[in-house]
Design a protein around this ligand. Structure first.
Ligand SMILES: Nc1ncnc2c1ncn2[C@@H]1O[C@H](COP(=O)(O)OP(=O)(O)OP(=O)(O)O)[C@@H](O)[C@H]1O
Length: 229
């Protein structure tokens, strides 16, 4: 099993905040595994995803992604790695409201040639993913702001998956759904994550879904920030 992500001796505090949000000795993700990370609201889950996504830099430590240390790279290089290798499903989905479903899903391929090349025919790949995520073809040309929350969530997942990124980061994408719809969404998401051969890191405050993943990680156990020495 090859290692995809390795976090070592990470320390992070937001600018202007003297108190660290995250302090963790290690976290490792193996290629192809589906990991559930839980922790209460405010425990730093979204912050950790921002660090892994290279959007912010830690004050100390290393974030090795495919053996490259993101903390040693400049912003442009981190942007390129993110565009090429990461798919993100945001809590609020962050679809572009004025674009239709298909254009939203195709978007990541506009920022990375390598990702577009992996997708092949980008339009056909977008349609395949929309169909696989259970979105009826009659919806594909509809503006993204004319969708239900459940439909937006599936479009956001299709967008994250296009071009088979090595890592999918999912930030509480199921929080607005009821029990059955959460399970349905996970069925579809897992099917496509496995088809793409991607690794999935799914964060949530709700432990109900944990049993469906390869393993579950308790962020509060991992995170030494705020813990008296
Ligand atoms: N952009 C930011 N600037 C400054 N502080 C921030 C920023 N984002 C988050 N924080 C702070 O960092 C801490 C962790 O927040 P974070 O959003 O990572 O938690 P979370 O576990 O994802 O919470 P939730 O489950 O509510 O989404 C909080 O105290 C929050 O106020």
């Amino acid at each position: 099993m090859s290692m995809l992500l390795n976090i070592e001796d990470l320390r992070f505090s937001w600018p202007g905040d003297t108190r660290p949000v995250l302090a963790m000795d290690s976290l490792a993700l193996t290629a192809g595994e589906k990991v559930f990370m839980f922790g209460p609201s405010g425990s730093g889950k979204s912050t950790l995803l921002a660090l892994i996504g290279g959007l912010v830099r830690p004050q100390a430590g290393r974030i090795l992604f495919q053996a490259q240390d993101l903390t040693a790279l400049g912003g442009a290089r981190r942007d390129r790695i993110r565009a090429e290798h990461l798919g993100v499903i945001f809590q609020q989905f962050n679809l572009l409201p004025w674009l239709d479903l298909k254009a939203n899903v195709m978007l990541p391929c506009r920022f990375s040639r390598a990702r577009a090349a992996r997708a092949g025919d980008v339009g056909a790949a977008a349609q395949n993913l929309l169909g696989a995520m259970g979105l009826d073809p009659v919806l594909w040309g509809r503006r993204a702001d004319r969708l239900s929350v459940g439909q937006q969530q599936r479009v956001a997942a299709a967008r994250a998956l296009i071009g088979r990124p090595a890592l999918i980061l999912a930030d509480e994408p199921t929080s607005a759904l009821d029990h059955d719809r959460r399970q349905d969404f996970l069925d579809l998401l897992f099917g496509q994550v496995e088809a793409a051969g991607s690794t999935l890191l799914f964060v949530s405050h709700d432990r109900e879904l944990a049993g469906r993943f390869d393993r579950a990680v308790d962020l509060t156990e991992l995170n030494q920030a705020g813990v008296a020495a």
